[in-house]
Ligand binder design. Structure first.
Ligand SMILES: NC(=O)c1ccc[n+]([C@@H]2O[C@H](COP(=O)([O-])OP(=O)(O)OC[C@H]3O[C@@H](n4cnc5c(N)ncnc54)[C@H](OP(=O)(O)O)[C@@H]3O)[C@@H](O)[C@H]2O)c1
Length: 309
């Protein structure tokens, strides 16, 4: 039997590495993507130690660069059908940051990069159907400003809020994509890891500049909440992604958010708001054009019955 092929972005450390290990232990031939070849080599060794199927490997790409996302997609597309794509990459920036493309980095890394990689690989995912797409989300969506008429929201820069807004954009596109691909055999899930002590949370969550001035007044409380929610092991936080990727109980289902308990939970408020969806799609298409990309057959509905929040 041919090994099932899986790709995990930002799979050389943190939650992504644990996700990659879990997939390799379940028999997937896993490709992990990251920037640093040394970390990549060490990750491949650790994944290989638990693999029960095909050999793991590392591909280098800085997913903050849309050109590198396109190059990665081209490499993966040339290899044929893809059974599983886990868009795990995410980042929060204490200071306003721009990518080499000149795009606000939070939006680029957390939303545009997974958007572009996935849309460019739809043909390969459809060829492997039944296949799955998993996009890693965050409860930070709860603090997101729901304004998407431009890349950067009005008001000051607060890293945690902008991160939540980029994750909201990503979830809105994720649920819309699930509708678009309904009936094709490509299931689309979002996974909320809860929290974990990782490179992303180490240090950044101690910096009061990441929240708005209103929340800064409550900083000792907010900081304690952040500390508690990001204290756990990455292996635990990988459970929702692994469930979204492999749980047979999800066979035939799509368009679900898998919560920190590794079970479906209601999508966050606003993620299926038709205006949010339309604005996010417009921004995404403008910033990361999809010339030549293959699209699903069904028009999106912009509606999700589980959005009860
Ligand atoms: N940790 C939490 O508490 C938490 C909570 C909610 C949601 N999440 C979400 O969970 C996902 C994983 O988070 P994490 O905490 O495990 O993150 P992390 O510790 O920052 O992840 C480390 C991995 O990300 C890779 N990476 C970072 N920036 C990259 C880039 N520009 N291009 C390619 N690879 C990049 C690193 O590889 P290199 O350094 O080699 O590039 C490494 O493989 C993210 O989507 C995050 O938003 C995390």
């Amino acid at each position: 039997m041919v090994d099932q092929r899986a790709v995990v972005t930002a799979g050389t450390g943190g939650i992504g590495l644990e996700t990659a290990k879990g997939l390799a232990a379940r028999g997937f031939a896993v490709t992990v993507v990251g920037r640093d070849p040394g970390r990549g080599a060490r990750a491949v060794e650790r994944i290989g130690a638990v693999a029960t199927g095909g050999e793991p490997r590392f591909l280098a790409a800085d997913l903050a660069s849309l050109d590198q996302v396109r190059a990665l997609a081209a490499t993966l597309a040339a290899e044929g059908p893809l059974d599983l794509l886990v868009n795990n990459v995410g980042a929060m920036f204490p200071e306003p940051t721009r990518t080499a493309d000149g795009i606000e980095a939070t939006f680029a890394v957390n939303h545009l990069s997974p958007y572009l990689l996935t849309e460019l690989l739809l043909e390969q995912l459809r060829a492997a159907a039944p296949s799955r797409i998993v996009n890693v989300s965050s409860a930070a969506i709860g603090l997101a400003k729901r304004v998407f008429d431009q890349v950067e929201p009005p008001g000051g820069y607060y890293g945690f809020h902008w991160y939540g807004r980029a994750k909201l954009a990503n979830l809105a596109w994720t649920l819309d994509l699930a509708e678009r691909l309904r009936g094709t055999g490509v299931a689309v899930f979002a996974a909320d890891p809860g929290g974990a002590a990782t490179a992303m949370t180490d240090g950044t969550m101690n910096d009061p500049r990441i929240v708005s001035p209103g929340l800064r007044l409550l900083w000792p409380l907010v900081r304690r909440k952040f500390e508690r929610s990001t204290a756990g092991p990455a292996a635990e936080a990988a459970r929702p992604s692994l469930a979204a990727a492999t749980d047979p109980g999800l066979d035939g289902r799509t368009g679900l958010l898998i919560g920190p308990g590794a079970e479906p939970v209601p999508a966050y408020r606003g993620s299926t708001d038709p205006r949010t969806v339309a604005d996010v799609l417009r921004l995404s298409r403008a910033l990361a054009p999809l010339e030549g990309a293959v699209h699903g057959t069904r028009p999106s509905s912009g509606r999700d019955p589980q959005d009860r929040a």
